[in-house]
Design a protein around this ligand. Structure first.
Ligand code: KG4
Length: 338
């Protein structure tokens, strides 16, 4: 009999459902919430309401695209946290109701494990996956971590941000430039046309493998403020160079510590994950580092870098194989570490 897992993701502003059958992805439906664009960031209450509207059609569509009925499902995996509590409650409650109604196991997934394991999402039999243990750079809107992944369940944080995440640095700097939310992809696009050495921004000097992005953010803000005094059109006239210099600095900060971690732990494989791993500068720099250090690089398909249920379903599949199920009373967690 086949193992068919339904994954449900609702931790922030994407409602997503995916079906994985015997390790192969059959569908991955994502409803992104446009309502937040006008506010320059995610509004939690609006996110919960949109999840409520989206969850039934998104799950139905994922089942339809997979060509299966709900009675074929072996288990339901859902994101338990971290995330916005109101958003998590929608996916959690839906998953529980469906699992109870179908009398099948329920599997709780740590959203961060999902990002790390997204490299294992296979769309065809030819897709290859990394071997454990491997090192991961997890960079998203809420996290910047270097992790040693010993197994699907055992992950060890080697370093992490002590303040803002890399995605926050992209988004907040983009916001002061007047770019729409989320700003990361806009900076990436503009950076392709700009000079990465035109402006210099502060880089942190903290020991070990930890990150910090708050100093860079302030230094970016001060550069804009000082230049706007003499030229009100400074941002408009220097959009591409500002984006390229900002991206260059963020990539340097990320890769400096990653290089240090690779030298210390000498992994055979290095993966990246999370929304910021879609960034062209990050991908190029990580690939270059891997070539330099003789490490095998694994860059995720861009569609699996931002929040999606395929990564929840794959993390759920690993737990399903270990019969690692969760209780129907399990509450969602707004905060939880890897
Ligand atoms: O993983 P994700 O969808 O959500 C979290 O779990 O946080 O990541 C969202 C973050 C946002 O900060 C967004 O600006 C950033 O990923 N992002 C990018 C790019 N695509 C998404 N940042 C830089 N370059 C990109 N191409």
């Amino acid at each position: 009999m086949s193992d068919i897992i339904l994954g449900i993701e609702s931790s922030c502003d994407d409602t997503s459902a995916a079906v994985i059958k015997d390790g192969l992805l059959l569908s991955n439906v994502i409803a992104s919430q446009k309502v937040h664009e006008a506010y320059g960031g995610v509004v939690p209450e609006l996110a919960s309401r949109a999840h409520q509207q989206n969850i039934v059609p998104v799950v139905s569509e994922a089942l339809r695209q997979a060509g299966i009925s709900k009675e074929d499902l072996s288990a339901i995996a859902f994101t338990r946290g971290p995330g916005l509590l109101g958003s998590l409650l929608v996916g959690t409650s839906f998953a529980k109701g469906l699992a109870l109604g179908l009398n099948i196991p329920l599997i709780d997934v740590n959203h961060l494990h999902g990002h790390v394991l997204s490299q294992f999402i296979r769309e065809t039999e030819d897709d290859v996956v990394p071997e454990f243990p491997f090192m991961t750079l997890l960079v998203s809107g809420g996290n910047s971590q270097i992790i040693m992944v010993h197994s699907p369940e055992k992950m060890e944080i080697l370093g992490q941000t002590i303040d803002d995440a890399a995605g926050e640095a992209f988004d907040k700097c983009a916001k002061v430039m007047g770019l729409p939310y989320p700003g990361g992809p806009h900076i990436d696009r503009l950076a392709a046309e700009g000079d990465p050495h035109r402006f210099q921004f502060a880089k942190p000097h903290i020991p070990g493998l930890d990150y910090s992005f708050s100093g860079l953010k302030t230094s970016f803000l001060y550069t804009l403020r000082d230049n706007l005094k003499n030229n009100p059109d400074f941002i408009q006239q220097n959009m591409a160079d500002l984006a390229a210099s900002l991206q260059h600095t963020i990539v340097e900060i990320l890769v400096d510590k990653l290089k240090k971690a690779v030298d210390m732990y000498r992994p055979a494989h290095l993966t990246i994950g999370g929304g910021v791993s879609a960034n062209n500068g990050v991908r190029e720099a990580v690939e270059k580092l891997c070539i330099e250090k003789g490490v095998t690089p694994w860059l995720p398909k861009r569609k699996f870098t931002t929040d999606n249920a395929a990564m929840v379903a794959i993390a759920g599949m690993f737990k399903y194989r270990n019969k690692d199920f969760c209780d129907i009373a399990a509450p969602p967690y707004a905060r939880v570490t890897i």
